[in-house]
Design a protein around this ligand. Structure first.
Ligand SMILES: Nc1ncnc2c1ncn2[C@@H]1O[C@H](COP(=O)(O)OP(=O)(O)OP(=O)(O)O)[C@@H](O)[C@H]1O
Ligand SMILES: [Mg+2]
Length: 372
């Protein structure tokens, strides 16, 4: 209807046309792209720019750059005045990425490129890239949360260690041997807790950075589960708390025995601590959907306890999630999943036929090529 709108459409078409020569649709770019001509008027404002600035492209096109993008730095200074792309030093070619503010305090990461037709000639185009800071803020927030949680988890055992040692040092004579032993046992257990927590955090950092090493060798998974059960029975649990069912023959399994032990120990400990009744372990070969392909081994650990509520199932493998008061640090299943995936396997959670929780992980054979 108005002249302004028509000219905006024209320039928009020009922007798309220029990009089309390169086979690119600016609206498909994940980052905001804003281009201004030699007079500082916006000739391109892609879909991501419109989303990030909450300004429709039709309103931005044909406008002056400083009106379409009224950016301010964190001290409240107007960025276009400060950087003066058209009047500044004729050798300047770019502005490095900066964190700037849009009206309403919206944060945005901005960088700009000045295009000149001759090396020190006038600016022909200003190309501005805009990036949303939401993704960056989200990672920063999750790091901050992780640090806060870790600090909190470390503080409670250390507070207890400090409390008991200080009391013993100050009033050594006033306690009986039994009382001293009890306090030292608590200190010992708390020190173990800190050590374990630190080992878990190191595992997590390896998993998160993809540095978890898997040293493969043949693993007899049935025997490994048997050893864990024996350890529980030796520690006083009734032998009939466990039911191990092995389906034979199993394909050879090449895996890291220490890490598989860690997986089994976490799953069995969870079943005993958070579950109830008989803990059933089923070990079966997995059929490959395609013939002639590697098969694998599946291990299912199920119990007869309360199970995991349906709505929490997708959260059990996240760090620090714990469902009940009896929970530990909530890192166990996160590490289990990391280890299984480092082996190229998968893990799922569901409801056991007896009503409790059921964890099932599958490991591919992964034998060295010369053996397959
Ligand atoms: N077999 C199970 N039955 C019921 N709830 C379970 C079972 N296994 C895990 N959970 C729930 O999932 C939560 C997370 O388990 P995870 O092993 O990650 O942490 P945790 O056992 O609390 O602590 P950690 O293993 O780090 O000592 C537990 O706190 C518990 O609420
Ligand atoms: Mg656990």
């Amino acid at each position: 209807m108005s002249v302004g709108t028509r000219s905006a459409q024209d320039v928009s078409a020009a922007c798309a046309g220029g990009a089309a020569e390169l086979g690119i649709d600016p609206d498909q770019l994940p980052d905001g792209l804003v281009v201004a001509d030699e007079q500082g008027r916006v000739i391109c404002f892609n879909a991501a720019a419109a989303r990030i600035t909450a300004l429709p492209a039709e309103d931005a096109l044909g406008q002056r750059l400083e009106k379409a993008l009224p950016l301010e730095d964190l001290e409240g200074r107007r960025w276009w005045q400060l950087t003066d792309p058209y009047g500044g030093l004729a050798i300047r070619r770019r502005q490095p990425e900066r964190n700037l503010l849009l009206p309403g305090g919206r944060e945005v990461l901005v960088s700009a490129q000045y295009v000149r037709t001759r090396p020190t000639g006038p600016v022909h185009r200003v190309v501005v890239a805009l990036r949303d800071t939401e993704a960056r803020r989200r990672t920063e927030r999750s790091h901050a949360e992780l640090i806060a949680t870790v600090a909190h988890e470390l503080r409670s055992p250390l507070t207890s260690v400090k409390g008991f040692t200080a009391t013993l040092l100050a009033k050594w004579e006033r306690f009986t041997d039994d009382q001293k032993r009890l306090m030292l046992e608590t200190v010992d257990a708390d020190a173990d807790r800190v050590t374990r927590l630190i080992a878990e955090l190191l595992d997590i950092s390896r998993i998160d950075s993809g540095r978890l090493e898997v040293r493969r060798q043949p693993v007899d998974i049935g025997a490994a589960v048997g050893r864990h059960i024996q350890a529980y029975v030796a520690a006083g649990l009734a032998a009939d708390r466990f039911l191990l069912r092995l389906e034979q023959p199993l394909p050879a399994l090449w895996a890291d025995p220490d890490k598989i032990d860690q997986v089994l120990s976490n799953l069995l400990e969870n079943a005993v601590r958070h579950g109830e009744g008989t803990v059933t372990i089923d070990i079966t070969p997995t059929e490959s959907p395609r013939e002639g392909e590697d098969t694998g081994t599946s291990v299912t650990v199920s119990d007869e306890g309360p199970g995991i509520p349906e709505e929490s199932m997708n959260r059990v493998f996240t760090r620090f999630w714990r469902g009940s008061k009896r929970g530990g640090t909530g890192l166990g299943l996160y590490i289990v999943k990391g280890i299984v995936e480092a082996h190229g396997g998968t893990i799922t959670v569901g409801r056991a036929p007896q009503g409790g929780a059921e964890f099932r992980f599958t490991l591919p054979v992964s034998a060295p090529a010369y053996l397959t």
